[in-house]
Design a protein around this ligand. Structure first.
Ligand SMILES: Nc1ncnc2c1ncn2[C@@H]1O[C@H](COP(=O)(O)OP(=O)(O)OP(=O)(O)O)[C@@H](O)[C@H]1O
Ligand SMILES: [Mg+2]
Length: 398
């Protein structure tokens, strides 16, 4: 243990230094109050301080006062050296922060015993401080664990809610489709049996149109919950984008430039070609509609990227997807972009900001991604355009 001896009297100082060194202490000495203060305020300062009451510069009592104001969490024990019979000095010293005192000329055994008491007190203080630190850490860890648990619980509840909604929406859509097959079939039959020119045929055709729209909606509902029947095939995203060029160019108006930034190597994944074409079409249509009548560019990019847990947390849906290589198809436009409010609702079925929109394009994209164990990322700012990326688990070879 490190001990400081602050004593201006050379003989007393040397005597104290020799005795304490003999008793196994690591001793540092100061010839006056200023020197002592410097040693106390340096890092790795001594814990046990033996301080003379009368010293040039800062005196012993003032030193005690200052030490008590130091907020460095170092356990300290101060023994004040006072002259015999000076009770006032002793009282001041103890009030100023000294823990003990010894009168000069001191008794060798008494000094050893008092220093021993100081050592024990410092040890206890250190143990107490360590325990407090340990308890604080434990409390922090417990709080953190509790927060984690609550977060996980909320996630599980959310997942269960989504799961049961999925089951319900899926079975309603299936039943609806079956019922509509009957409705559409009978309307068809009725139409074929009507004499040509019958005034009823107009109404039957209108009913047929509405029933077909309803069938479209229930198919979309199945797509959204990822339950639409999929016809999985190996797809090369580069090839598919190339094949769709003419169709996409027709879908965008003349003021829009369609740029292709396709990877030189094929990028393979397993998917339903009909649904993947629908994703591409929905994204390009949205991009073109966001550009509107102004001049603008839509860039289509294909790539393969590595995605891990941290990456998926930024994506939709927040399903637990495995780390790995993903084929990425990106549609980037220079259109109007989206504000926070639109971004938060973009995947909601029937959410639209367009006069002619139905609000089903992005809901279908999300459903298709879900069915393909893929994900979607959105990046958009009002006036700065939008980038949508869809990811599919990559195949190394076809
Ligand atoms: N690239 C984009 N730039 C700006 N806004 C977009 C973009 N893509 C989607 N949005 C916003 O998200 C909304 C929902 O898009 P979504 O494709 O689901 O429906 P929609 O385009 O309105 O209708 P539709 O069913 O005909 O596609 C849009 O109305 C639009 O506000
Ligand atoms: Mg759309």
């Amino acid at each position: 243990m490190k001990v400081l001896i602050a004593e201006d009297d050379k003989n007393a100082r040397i005597l104290l230094e020799c005795m304490l060194a003999d008793w196994g202490y690591d001793v540092v000495v100061a010839c006056d109050g200023n020197e002592a203060w410097e040693l106390i305020t340096t890092p790795d300062s001594p814990s046990l301080l033996i301080i003379d009451w009368m010293m040039p510069g800062i005196d012993g009592v003032e030193l005690c006062r200052r030490i008590c104001q130091v907020d460095d969490n170092v356990p300290r024990f101060i023994i004040l050296l006072t002259a015999i019979g000076n009770k006032k000095a002793t009282a001041w010293g103890l009030e100023a922060g000294a823990d003990d005192y010894i009168t000069k000329p001191f008794d060798h055994n008494e000094l050893r015993a008092r220093v021993g008491v100081g050592k024990r007190v410092i040890k206890l203080q250190s143990a107490l401080a360590n325990n407090v630190k340990r308890l604080e850490l434990e409390i922090t860890n417990r709080k953190r664990a509790e927060e984690e648990r609550l977060k996980l619980e909320a996630q599980i509840q959310q997942a269960q809610k989504f799961e049961s909604l999925n089951v319900m929406a899926g079975s309603i859509a299936h039943n609806f489709n079956n019922l509509l097959t009957g409705v559409l079939g009978n309307l068809d039959l009725a139409l074929s049996r009507l004499p040509t020119g019958s005034p009823v045929s107009k109404s039957i055709r209108a009913a047929d149109k509405v029933a077909k729209r309803a069938a479209e909606l229930s198919t979309l509902m199945l797509t959204y919950v990822g339950q639409r029947k999929v016809n999985m095939q190996t797809i090369n995203m580069v090839e598919m984008a190339e094949e769709m060029t003419a169709m996409l160019e027709m879908a965008v108006s003349k003021n829009v430039v369609l740029k292709f930034n396709l990877s030189p190597e094929p990028v393979f994944f397993k998917g339903d070609p009909v649904q993947i074409r629908q994703v591409i079409m929905n994204l390009v249509t949205n991009a073109a509609e966001a550009i509107g009548d102004a001049d603008g560019t839509i860039t289509l990019t294909t790539d393969t990227i590595f995605c891990d847990h941290a990456c998926f947390q930024q994506l939709f849906p927040d399903d637990d997807l495995p780390d790995g290589k993903y084929v990425c198809f990106e549609v980037s436009d220079t259109g109007c972009g989206m504000d926070e409010e639109t971004l938060a609702k973009v995947f909601d079925p029937f959410f639209t900001t367009k006069f002619t929109g139905r609000g089903l394009g992005m809901a279908a994209v999300l459903g298709i991604q879900r069915a393909h164990r893929g994900a979607v990322s959105l990046n958009s700012q009002p006036g700065k355009g939008t980038t949508v990326r869809v990811l599919f688990p990559a195949l190394d070879a076809p």
